[in-house]
Ligand binder design. Structure first.
Ligand SMILES: *[C@@H]1O[C@H](CO)[C@@H](O)[C@H](O)[C@H]1NC(C)=O
Ligand SMILES: *[C@@H]1O[C@H](CO)[C@@H](O)[C@H](O)[C@H]1NC(C)=O
Ligand SMILES: *[C@@H]1O[C@H](CO)[C@@H](O)[C@H](O)[C@H]1NC(C)=O
Ligand SMILES: *[C@@H]1O[C@H](CO)[C@@H](O)[C@H](O)[C@H]1NC(C)=O
Ligand SMILES: *[C@@H]1O[C@H](CO)[C@@H](O)[C@H](O)[C@H]1NC(C)=O
Length: 230
């Protein structure tokens, strides 16, 4: 009877340890990056239904929308539905309207990747503002609703003190992109984001996992002690 009891305690402790190890990982994975239009990217004239694409997901604060496009298409975000519906963006500097294009439109086929963090809850709209709204009218636009989820991660919260991490030197292209929210056009989006992204996400989950396994180890040790006492 006693033995059965301690075995049960062990099983429960094990389950708790496993859950404890799994949970922080889920939290890390909860922020998602969505590639707009999937492999089709962000273009007009491709007959991609971006609204239908967007409806396949539930977006939350801290997620990123990744726009793979070229300098012939822009990425304008607004929370003004009237402006969105008019497809008319003339860079008038309206509040709540941001041009995330990597550079001034040059109408070239140079590849551009814009990573747009979702920083505010509620409805928000994206469209290409080039060619007097022609691309937007051709269907290069969509609306989403951003839910709170778990809130913004620390690195996306509005800066309180100084920027996190070491000062980025001019040779920091391989690090995580630096966000300058006052001048979103300056967002540096290195073309080889794949490698650095992997690095960052691995190291993040590594440290979390280490913490988790530390916790799991502690629970295990305690439960063994407890089992021995019983
Ligand atoms: C989005 O959320 C709704 C309601 O909470 C849920 O029914 C749906 O399955 C979710 N969709 C995805 C893709 O997670
Ligand atoms: C929304 O956009 C319309 C059209 O550009 C403009 O007239 C209106 O002032 C804007 N509203 C706000 C709240 O910025
Ligand atoms: C840019 O897009 C417009 C219309 O969307 C198209 O007519 C034009 O050929 C494109 N130019 C380049 C360089 O891709
Ligand atoms: C960012 O762009 C703004 C104009 O949009 C410019 O005034 C500023 O100097 C740029 N900053 C950097 C760091 O390139
Ligand atoms: C999502 O994209 C941002 C910006 O490119 C990057 O910093 C982040 O590591 C990416 N996250 C994941 C989970 O890929």
């Amino acid at each position: 009877m006693l033995q059965l009891c301690s075995r049960r305690v062990l099983v429960v402790a094990l389950a708790v340890a496993v859950l404890g190890a799994a949970n922080p990982r889920a939290a890390v994975d909860a922020y998602k990056n969505y590639t707009v239009g999937d492999d089709k990217g962000w273009y007009d004239g491709l007959a991609v239904d971006y609204q239908a694409w967007a409806e396949g997901y539930n977006f939350t604060l801290g997620d990123f929308l990744i726009f793979n496009t070229d300098k012939n298409h822009s990425v304008v975000q607004t929370r003004n539905e009237t402006l969105y519906k008019s497809c008319d963006y003339d860079d008038s500097g309206l509040d709540d309207t941001v041009d995330w294009s990597a550079a001034a439109p040059e109408f070239s086929k140079d590849a551009v990747t814009a990573a747009v963090p979702l920083l505010k809850e509620g409805r928000t709209y994206f469209f290409s503002g080039n060619y007097d709204g022609e691309q937007c009218e051709n269907g290069q636009r969509f609306a989403i609703a951003v839910a709170h989820g778990q809130g913004l991660p620390p690195d996306l919260r509005p800066p309180v003190a100084d920027a996190p991490g070491p000062a980025a030197g001019p040779d920091s292209a391989d690090r995580a992109p630096a966000f300058d929210f006052s001048h979103p056009k300056n967002v540096s989006t290195p073309s080889e984001t794949g490698a650095s992204d992997d690095e960052t996400s691995t190291s993040t989950s590594d440290s979390t996992l280490n913490l988790a396994s530390l916790g799991a180890g502690l629970i295990m040790a305690l439960s063994v002690l407890f089992a021995v006492q019983v």
